[in-house]
Structures are given as C-alpha cells and as structure tokens.
Design a protein around this ligand. Structure first.
Ligand code: ME8
Length: 525
C-alpha cells in the first residue's frame, strides 16, 4: 500500500540580504514537522527556495555591483549553505529564476488569460518599493506603508489586473466550509473580517517600470509582478504544467504551508483564488507564525540588532539553536529574542534538566552495575506505575500538540517528562537502595531511567536529532528500530542495557555573563 503523503512548504525568501534567525525559524519549523511526519510513517516532502525576481532585488544587485543574476546565484548558494549547516532536510529548493518555474508560470498566465481572469487597465496608487506593493489611500497608516512603515510614492502605470472579484463568493464559501484553512484562528478572523468580507480589490499583476521578472506571454514589455510569480512556486516545483507532473499528482494539495504573519494576507486571498482559477484543490492549512522581535522592536540592520543563525549554531550547536527557536515562538504569537533568555534556556533546560538526567543515569549504572543492567520487571512497584502513567499521558498530549503543529506546546511537555524522571530518582533514592544491597529493585529503577530517556530521545528527535543520537549511543541502544515513534506507544522492552563508561556531557554549562555579552556583541556587528 502507498504511504500517506505529506507536503509542507516554507515561503520562498527574498535574496536581498543575509538570512537571519527569522528566516531560519520558519525553515526549522517546517523541517521539524516534516521529520515528525516521517517518523510517523508519512511520505513527506518539503519545499523551500528563493523569490528572486522584482525591483527590490534588481536594486540590491546594482548597489553591490552585480547583475541581478550574479546576485541571486550568490544568494542561492548562501541559502543552501545555511540550510546545510542547519541540517534542513528539504526535498527541493526552487528558485523563481529556474527555467522550470518560468516556463510553467507563463503557461499559468496563459490559462488565466484564456479564462478571462486577467484584463489590462491603468493602475494608480501609493507604492511601497521595499514591499513591492501598491496601497490605496485608506490603507496607508499616517501616510506611510501599513506593512513596513516606510515612505510610499504615488505612481501610475499601465498594468494587467487579475479579476479577484470574480472569485469572491467562492472564497467566502470556502472560508465558511473550511474554518481551519488559515491557522491560527485569530489570523483567519483578521483576514476574513478586514479583507474578504468588505469585498476584494482586483490585483495588479504586472509592471513596466522594471524588467527583472517573468514576461507576460502576450505582452512582453510587461513583467509579472511578484505574487503570481512567487505564489505559484508551490506547484511549479512539483512539475505542474510540465512534461513530468508525477510529483504534483503525488503531493498536491499541500498539507501545511507555513508563512510569517507578514504574508498571510497574500496566501489567504490571492493564493486560493489563483488555485481556484486553475481548477486545482486548495491547501489543507496555511499557518501564519508570529515574528521574532528584539527588545528594541523589529530586527533591522540599521538598528544593529540582527541575529544570524550561523553565529548561534557555531557557538552553541545546532540542537540548542533549534530548541531555542522552536520553544520561544508560541503558536502564532510574536516572541522576543533576548541573549539572557537564550543562555538561561541553554543552562537550565538543556544542561541541568536533560544533560544531568543522562549523566546521572549513566553514572549510576556504571557505579552500581558496571554498566550492564538486566532487570526483572515483575519487581516494579506503585512508583514505576505512577511514572509510566504520567509519561504515557504526556506522550498522548505531546502527540496531539505535534499533530496540531503546536511544537512550542509540545516541547514543555517533553521537559515535564524529564522533570518527572528526575523526580523518580529522588523518590527511589538509588543510593539508599545500593547501600541496603537491594540490587534487584535497583536494577528495575535503572531500567526505568533508561526507558524514560529512550522515550525522551524519541520525542526530541524531530528537532534535536544529534542529541537524540547521542542519548541512544551513550545508553548503548544501538538498534535503530528503537528510534521510531512507535516505540513510544508499544512500551518496547529493552532486552539488555549496556551503557558507555563515561558519556560526554550533551551540553556544557555556559557562563551566563560572558555569553550574554557575546550575543549582545554579535548583534551589533
Ligand atoms: O515575503 N520572525 O520573503 P521574505 C519570524 N518572498 N519570521 C520571519 C522574520 C522574523 N522576524 N522575518 C522574516 C517574502 N521571517 C516573499 C515570500 S512566498 C510565496 C513569497 C520569515 O524574505 C517569515 O516566514 O521577506 C516571513 O513570512 C518570511 O521570512 C518573509 O520572507
């Protein structure tokens, strides 16, 4: 039987500057969900890439003394290098300058033209250059761009328009019938209430003021303006409108499309309408996460408060960086990055809670049993039953959160299992058992510690694979079958435990002051 498929996407990022932890967060989140689904037996496919056309990119390239093509090639390498460092397991990396994409987009536009979805008109409006978006007078905030707060310019040009109004009723109906299409709910309410219900504006889709883009097939002095070119990447990457559309047939519709809150409006309105116009199914969910903000507001180079992921990964390790990002951003909300918080989470959650549990367990098994444990589980007591009940209940809850894509809710529950297991050590007081020569029950306690740690290693695996592997290795659990999500449910019996003699600490405790200063310094570079 064919496996169930799962298709997940990130936005395609603008290659305008170095990628910061915001971009990294979106990509890590997608990667984590992909890995989780894979562990649950899905045939998962993850797409990321770059949005390489447009006036902004043309201008950035010019400033750097590069042609647009030279610039985007350099940036595509940068992005791929970063994702390699962060061990992102994407399946495809689409660039909107790929021939496969350009060709398919022209076919898509032809289809829109044939359908009568596109007409030529004259556009006048307030244009925000960095956002590449026109706004109406009423949309401006204090005369400035409502999205980025920068200056806007009154502009007029001959343009092609997409007739959004034609699809308004269908979109309304779709929203009503699919209340969880946009997640979280408050974002859906925002889009629905502020943009869909009051009536849609037609969308200007072409420009004549720059030429770094895909040409309108019927009128090559016009190039496509960002959204038709960008949004369609999610299907062109799968081979839609190409000679080989097997991936498209296999994976479309997407299961989970992740975007930041800044672009949910485009994904919640234009994207479903383009798909409707093409007669295609709509994605199952579009999820808008919040922003990582700094103490002094949005990350920006001019404020000197940008954090780049490489710096964190190189100094604190990949798993610690991913842990921090995923735990910090709660479902749909903005969250603040602070050096203090980063270092504290590292020391408390990773060193104290998780690292110590593993170290203590390995230390005791070596001290009391020379590293080898064979336990008679018929000797388990009420204490073990309580521990198992607690962990099983938490596993169900964690699975539910993961299935609902609420990774930041799942993580504290995994850490509750860690604390509960640490508490089990206090409850059973192995040192007293050893002193009283109660070796048989002591081996049951050791078995249970290893069993809990094995489960913890499986639970953190979607986002901390290296740490998970280290835990398995140090506990001497070499059978790869143990690394599957099913082992959580089946109460897998470990036959023989033989831990290593002395494990390297998973995380080395950081000097709070020194590291806070280090992060502060790199933010200003
Ligand atoms: O909008 N916190 O590209 P983009 C969290 N090309 N996430 C952040 C963030 C922050 N501070 N800053 C950026 C574009 N992001 C278009 C997308 S898709 C068809 C076209 C993440 O480079 C977040 O996911 O501006 C946001 O949506 C995305 O980067 C914007 O990337």
């Amino acid at each position: 039987m064919d496996k169930k498929t799962f298709y997940i996407t990130t936005p395609i990022y603008y290659p305008s500057g170095k990628f910061h932890i915001g971009t990294a967060y979106t990509t890590v989140l997608a990667d984590t969900i992909k890995r989780y689904k894979q562990m649950k037996g899905y045939d998962s496919y993850m797409l990321t890439g770059l949005d390489e056309h447009g006036q902004k990119i043309q201008e950035v390239a010019k400033k750097m003394g590069r042609t647009p093509k030279e610039h985007v090639d350099i940036m595509a390498n940068e992005a791929k290098k970063l994702w390699e460092l962060m061990e992102i397991e994407y399946d495809d990396f689409i660039r909107t300058t790929d021939e496969r994409h350009e060709k398919a987009v022209q076919k898509i536009v032809n289809k829109f033209l044939e359908n009568g979805d596109i007409y030529k008109g004259n556009y006048e409006g307030w244009y925000c250059m960095p956002c590449e978006t026109y706004f109406t007078e009423t949309q401006l905030v204090d005369g400035k761009c409502p999205d980025c707060g920068r200056e806007v310019k009154k502009m007029q040009e001959e343009s092609y328009f997409f007739n959004m109004k034609k699809y308004e009723d269908r979109l309304l109906k779709f929203y009503e019938e699919n209340p969880d299409f946009i997640l979280p709910e408050f974002r859906k309410n925002e889009i629905f209430g502020n943009f869909i219900k009051p009536g849609l504006e037609d969308l200007c889709i072409s420009r004549t003021t720059f030429d770094w883009g895909i040409k309108m097939p019927n009128d090559p002095k016009h190039v496509l303006y960002v959204w038709v070119d960008a949004l369609t990447n999610y299907i062109t990457a799968l081979g839609y409108m190409s000679d080989d559309d097997s991936l498209f047939k296999k994976y479309w519709p997407a299961d989970f499309q992740i975007v930041g809150k800044d672009i949910i409006r485009f994904h919640g309105i234009y994207w479903p309408i383009f798909l409707m116009a093409l007669g295609l199914e709509l994605p199952k969910h579009i999820y808008a996460h919040g922003y990582i903000v700094m103490k002094d507001g949005k990350m920006s180079k001019s404020k000197g408060n940008v954090v780049y992921p490489e710096v964190l990964v190189n100094r604190y390790g990949l798993d610690a960086t991913k842990y921090y990002l995923l735990k910090t951003l709660s479902f749909g909300q903005d969250s603040m990055f602070t050096p203090e918080d980063f270092v504290e989470k590292f020391n408390y959650d990773l060193c104290n809670d998780l690292g110590n549990l593993l170290n203590r367990t390995i230390g005791m098994i070596n001290k009391y049993f020379n590293g080898v444990v064979n336990a008679d589980l018929s000797l388990e007591t009420e204490l073990e039953k309580n521990l198992h009940d607690y962990i099983n209940e938490k596993i169900d809850l964690i699975e539910k959160y993961m299935d609902d894509y609420k990774i930041s809710d799942a993580i504290p529950e995994i850490w509750n299992i860690i604390s509960r297991t640490n508490k089990y050590i206090d409850e059973t007081a192995p040192w007293t058992l050893a002193k009283n020569d109660e070796k048989e029950y002591l081996s049951v306690v050791m078995y249970n510690l290893v069993d809990s740690l094995m489960k913890i290693a499986i639970l953190i695996r979607p986002f901390m694979k290296n740490t998970s592997n280290k835990i398995f290795d140090q506990l001497g659990l070499r059978n790869d079958n143990l690394k599957s999500w099913n082992c959580l449910k089946e109460n897998h019996k470990i036959n023989e435990i033989k831990v290593i003699e002395k494990g390297d600490p998973l995380f080395l405790r950081l000097d709070l002051e020194e590291e806070i200063k280090y992060i502060q310094d790199i933010m200003h570079k």
